[in-house]
Design a binder for this molecule. Structure first.
Ligand code: C5P
Length: 224
């Protein structure tokens, strides 16, 4: 039945935007709403999967009443990385829809930073975060199906997105165009999905619920 196609499968979905701490009250963040990841978790659960939803900061409500969805909340990229690693061995699929910060402050102050000590032109030193998607794809524990996302801006957004299927080692990359008023939060969006051969396997547009169902169709087809 259409409702049980992912029965017995464990799907990890990451969602939302990471917060990279600067001090006890401040962080570097991004505009991700978490909507895509939450819709993916709900769609995969509706098709019978057991879902671990690893949620960074989300402005949409988390699906906490759904018995098939185990929600794990994290703050930073480092926390998300260890949460993903914790569930990897049992996962059949990973969908990395979270907006993970590429960099984090090199130092986290244990006390609130003050103007008196920071001066008039403070400089922030950042260090690189691990690329969770690339590291999972290079791992012997890589789930059978890994789908990454590429939020791209500019003219060559499709090519630069498609190229990430190789640079990350993923099985699929879902490319969406983002900008001032598109892609983040609001309900309608467009996704072009590439496989590791570089072929377009789906072109989806509409509400994020519809996009999520289209991506779960790809999971179902690939896990058969
Ligand atoms: O390189 P870029 O940030 O565009 O790649 C986006 C994809 O990589 C997304 O699937 C995102 O969840 C994932 N990512 C990650 N770890 C990072 C940065 C991005 O897993 N540090």
């Amino acid at each position: 039945s259409k409702n049980g196609e992912l029965h017995g499968k464990h799907v990890i979905v990451t969602a939302g935007g990471t917060h990279e701490p600067l001090d006890p009250v401040r962080f570097l963040g991004n505009r991700s709403s978490g909507r895509m990841g939450v819709e993916l978790a709900v769609s995969a659960a509706a098709r019978g999967a057991e879902v671990t939803l690893i949620a960074a900061h989300c402005t949409v409500p988390l699906p906490i009443g759904d018995s098939r969805i185990h929600v794990v909340q994290v703050n930073s990229a480092m926390e998300m990385h260890s949460a993903v690693d914790r569930f990897l061995a049992s996962a059949d699929a990973l969908v990395m829809s979270a907006a993970v910060a590429d960099y984090r402050p090199a130092e986290v102050s244990s006390v609130k930073l003050k103007k008196t000590t920071m001066g008039d032109e403070p400089t922030l030193t950042l260090v690189k975060n691990p690329d969770i998607l690339a590291s999972v794809c290079a791992s012997p524990l890589k789930p059978r199906i890994v789908i990454g996302f590429a939020a791209e801006t500019g003219e060559n957004y499709l090519e630069s997105g498609a190229q990430k299927v190789h640079s990350k080692g993923a099985d699929y990359i879902a490319v969406n165009r983002v900008g001032e008023s598109i892609g983040f939060g609001e309900v309608d969006s467009t996704l072009v999905v590439f496989n590791s051969a570089g072929d377009t396997v789906a072109q989806l547009s509409g509400q994020k619920k519809i996009l999520a169902e289209g991506l779960v169709d790809i999971l179902v087809a690939a896990s058969a």
